[in-house]
Design a protein around this ligand. Structure first.
Ligand SMILES: C[S@@+](CC[C@H](N)C(=O)[O-])C[C@H]1O[C@@H](n2cnc3c(N)ncnc32)[C@H](O)[C@@H]1O
Length: 259
């Protein structure tokens, strides 16, 4: 069966609100696909930790927001005395909890969570802010994260693509062999209305029980660098953009310090 995923106006629909919370099927395959693509979580943690310690040398606690399956937390827990995560998808949260036993993974939405405490550093990696539907949501998310910092605390965000760097109609493909299954994923991203991007991915999975297929749709917003910096400033942070090609997909990092 194929699903009609034709590009339509998607802003403010049920799909917009729920599409980006990862399903059980995606959660189960997420690590296999990204490790297969060579995503180097340990190196990314080293980059982030260095940026944090350069601004707050004694930093001992870190919160990873939209922590996914907890791959960064697996390394961060050896770099900070205390680490915690926040994640909205129950199945991503369960994967993280299984991977870093003893580490608290809060059920929370990046736009409005409250863990009840502060951390020396808060980070959100791999473009989750691209899921915000407009600059008001972007501001709410940055402000929720900054609210978990003391004065002098450090906020690190890996943005999603900027409009100038986005390739409309970009197609991608991954093929990964796991220990007992193979996964193929093909996808295409295209602008729908204005700054909204719809990405559709088709996944095929083969294991000893058979071959199955499912589709995933994600809805993103192309925010300008100035949108991110405005959100940081509104949240009471000084901010700089670091053009680092060696983290994530080369989209750089926004680094803020709360005043
Ligand atoms: C691209 S993944 C990044 C996961 C992880 N940070 C990493 O680097 O692998 C985006 C994650 O954000 C989660 N997510 C989506 N919308 C969210 C929201 N509003 N609040 C919190 N998490 C959200 C998804 O469930 C998914 O786990």
């Amino acid at each position: 069966m194929t699903t009609d995923l034709s590009a339509t106006a998607v802003r403010d629909t049920e799909e917009t609100r729920t599409a980006n919370v990862y399903s059980a099927e995606v959660s189960e395959l997420y690590d296999l696909v990204y490790k297969g693509r060579g995503k180097n979580y340990a190196h990314e943690c080293a980059v982030v930790t260095e940026l944090v310690r350069a601004r707050r040398p004694g930093a001992a606690s870190l919160l990873d927001v939209a922590c996914g399956t907890g791959e960064h937390l697996r390394t961060f827990r050896f770099m900070f005395d205390e680490v915690e995560g926040v994640e909205l998808s129950p199945t991503m949260r369960a994967a993280a909890a299984g991977k870093v036993p003893g580490v608290t993974i809060h059920d929370g939405d990046i736009r409005r969570f409250d863990t009840g405490r502060t951390y020396d550093a808060v980070c959100s990696l791999f473009g989750t802010l691209g899921y915000m539907t407009d600059t008001a949501e972007l501001a709410a998310a940055v402000s929720s994260m900054a609210a978990h910092l003391p004065a002098g605390g450090v906020l690190i965000v890996e943005p999603w693509y900027f409009p100038a760097r986005f390739i409309d109609g970009h197609i991608a493909g991954d093929f990964v062999r796991g220990a007992n299954r193979t996964v193929a994923r093909v996808g295409r991203m295209a602008r729908t209305t204005g700054s909204t991007v719809r990405q559709e991915s088709h996944w095929s999975v083969a294991d000893a029980t058979g071959v199955r297929h499912f589709d995933q749709v994600q809805i993103f917003t192309l925010f300008e660098p100035a949108d991110y910096t405005a959100a940081f400033r509104r949240a009471g942070c000084d901010v700089e953009y670091i053009e680092s090609g060696d983290i994530g997909d080369g989209r750089g990092l926004f680094v803020g310090v709360r005043h």
